[in-house]
Design a binder for this molecule. Structure first.
Ligand code: SF4
Length: 613
């Protein structure tokens, strides 16, 4: 990296300077003379979080394979670095070349968490790029965003030129090729955006006029200049044949997930009614075990990592899990490389598998029953029973495990105090099971209960429901804390203040642009971090924008209401979401996709229409 002269003076004074220097093993350097399109792949959070993101690793590899295209990484600097850069007038730069990103052609943000929306503003401002799309008149740079949050891109509609909806591998490449053509042929920004809007998966906010009713609900959304009425998300048809970069960058400082990651499948067969990921990544598409073993071994060889993690929304639902683990372990065990399996389900937990997998290094177990009573688990369609959980724990404890984490959600629709107390009861039963099953009581046990707050998310059957009030969530947290009956059980919870703002950003409309702008002006970026999250400033920003966050968060949305994200089509039909909502209101469960296809509609996205559940 060619360093800005001021960086030499700045870097020794900031925390973790390795975040800002690039030069890691595996980074891709290209010749500028041979580069036609420069792509800044931006992550609106820190280096450690961004470098752990599998999507980012994949896109970096895919885009750099395009001839004449150089894709470089950019992360949001920590506050000390951002202040020092502003003071020394060092514009935000890309890690590979050290060049200011304001000189790049495409600036693509990967956004997986609503609280990092302000990171986009922070990075644009640090780069010296006008924040609002309307203030950027030229073809260069085009600012866009992709990632899970783009299933409702409206809150950041003012700042991006376009949103890339769905899986980015092919879509980002097509956008880049279109841009290359636009640059060669001297198109205007408007010409480029009109053409981009014709690519499946591209949403150009400025090509849609939105009007509101007097009470604040959306009255109409009107596409113009030939933009489609609905933007259908992009998916890869065949994951098994998709490009998977086995050579990735090895960070020179510690990151959150410092290991090789293998993605077994996309989508989820389960249909938990609160879970956005379970819906937006449908239909299920799996890789073959054979492919994964080959990619896993090659990735480990290229990286030297000592751990490989099998990721996906519900890893234990992967049909060929046994064969995959066997194949990987044959290679990993003699080399002391450990295998980790996150996201286990209590109803198909296998001790035999866990023991095989964790021979090298044993970690704690994590289960997510999500609700404390069967009634509420049926409402949310978490097809896991108390018996499933206790059996899984019994098996694990008898096999020598002595720590288990249990994840729950507070404030789910229809929740009563009985459901809250049910969490404490369930944790206590787990403790009793440990006493009965453990071969060694003297070692003790650690049971960690953790609760998050329900957040209504777009594209789910619970998108219509409100969130509990802050006071109610705090009361429930206290009720639960006071009900824990063993010192072996510890309880941690998410702050309702953050969840309230997260909910507003998740289900908000494009009027929230003003809120984000004001909040950024008063409190800056990094709002996903406790150190910098400023609740009072958020409320003030809403007030100044003339908006009430309760309108978004605490209101039961009508089933007929036009929702801000209705223009986006993720494949799942709204009628299916409504059917699931109605079933939840009656406490009726739906079978998983493997038992019975419920006709959600996502299979329409597949050539041949056959879901791989
Ligand atoms: S089409 Fe059927 S099997 Fe596929 S995700 Fe939808 S409900 Fe599940």
């Amino acid at each position: 990296m060619r360093m800005h002269p001021s960086l030499e003076a700045i870097l020794p004074k900031v925390q973790k300077p390795a975040r800002y220097t690039g030069g890691e093993f595996g980074e891709i350097i290209k010749s500028k003379e041979e580069t036609e399109v420069r792509f800044a792949l931006c992550f609106p959070d820190t280096y450690e979080i961004g470098m752990s993101n599998l999507g980012l690793r994949i896109l970096y590899g895919v885009l750099n394979k395009l001839p004449g295209v150089w894709c470089e990484r950019v992360f949001e600097p920590w506050r000390d670095m951002a202040e020092a850069m502003r003071a020394a007038k060092v514009p935000l730069y890309a890690l590979e070349s050290g060049d200011p990103i304001r000189d790049f052609d495409l600036i693509g943000f990967s956004v997986g968490y609503e609280m990092s929306f302000t990171g986009i503003l922070d990075m644009l401002s640090l780069a010296g790029i006008p924040l609002r799309s309307e203030d950027r008149k030229d073809l260069q740079p085009i600012v866009f965003a992709g990632g899970a949050c783009m299933f409702n891109p409206e809150p950041i509609a003012d700042f991006i030129d376009l949103a890339a909806i769905g899986e980015g591998e092919e879509l980002d490449a097509e956008l880049t090729e279109l841009y290359r053509r636009a640059k060669r042929e001297g198109w205007t920004k408007g010409e480029f955006l009109s053409a981009a809007a014709q690519i499946e998966g591209v949403y150009v906010p400025s090509l849609y006029d939105v009007t509101y009713q007097p009470d604040g609900r959306i009255a109409s959304v009107t596409p113009k200049e030939g933009a489609p009425a609905y933007v259908r998300k992009r998916i890869l048809q065949d994951l098994d044949r998709a490009d998977f970069p086995v050579r990735t960058i090895i960070p020179s400082t510690e990151i959150v997930h410092d290991r090789t990651m293998l993605e077994l499948f996309r989508g989820c067969i389960r249909g938990c009614r609160f879970c956005q990921a379970g819906y937006i990544y449908r239909p299920v598409r799996a890789k073959r075990a054979e492919t994964l073993i080959r990619q896993g071994i090659e990735s480990l060889r290229c990286s030297g990592y000592e751990e490989i993690s099998l990721t996906s929304l519900s890893t234990s639902d992967y049909k060929e899990l046994g064969a995959l683990c066997d194949g990987l372990l044959d290679w990993c065990e003699p080399r002391s490389v450990s295998l980790s399996l996150p996201s286990l389900r209590a109803d198909n937990f296998s001790l035999e598998l866990m023991q095989r997998v964790q021979k090298v290094r044993r970690s704690g177990l994590t289960f997510a029953p999500e609700a404390g009573t069967q009634r509420l688990r049926d409402v949310i369609n978490k097809n896991v029973t108390e018996e499933d959980l206790l059996n899984a724990c019994r098996t694990a404890f008898s096999g020598g495990w002595s720590s288990v984490k249990l994840y729950f959600m507070l404030g789910l629709p229809t929740e009563t105090d009985e459901d809250v107390l049910g969490i404490a009861d369930l944790a206590y039963k787990v403790w009793q099971v440990w006493r009965e099953a453990t071969p060694n009581r003297s070692r003790g046990v650690r049971i960690t209960v953790s609760t998050s707050c329900f957040i209504p998310k777009p594209m789910t059957p619970f998108q219509w429901f409100p969130q509990d009030s802050r006071e109610e969530l705090i009361r429930k947290q206290k009720l639960l804390k006071d009900s824990m009956r063993s010192k072996a059980i510890s309880y941690s919870w998410h702050e309702p203040d953050v969840s309230y703002i997260e909910a507003a950003l998740a289900v908000g409309d494009r009027r929230l642009g003003k809120v984000l702008e004001r909040l950024f002006a008063s409190s800056g970026g990094l709002q996903a971090w406790e150190e910098y999250f400023d609740y009072a400033a958020w409320l003030q920003a809403f007030r100044e924008a003339g908006l009430d966050p309760d309108f978004y968060v605490r209101r039961l949305r009508g089933e007929e209401e036009l929702l801000p994200w209705d223009v986006i089509d993720d494949g799942v039909q709204k009628t299916h979401l409504l059917r699931e909502k109605h079933l939840s209101e009656r406490g009726v469960v739906s079978p998983d996709c493997r038992k019975q296809c419920l006709g959600c509609g996502a299979n329409r996205l597949l050539e041949g229409g056959k879901c791989d559940a």
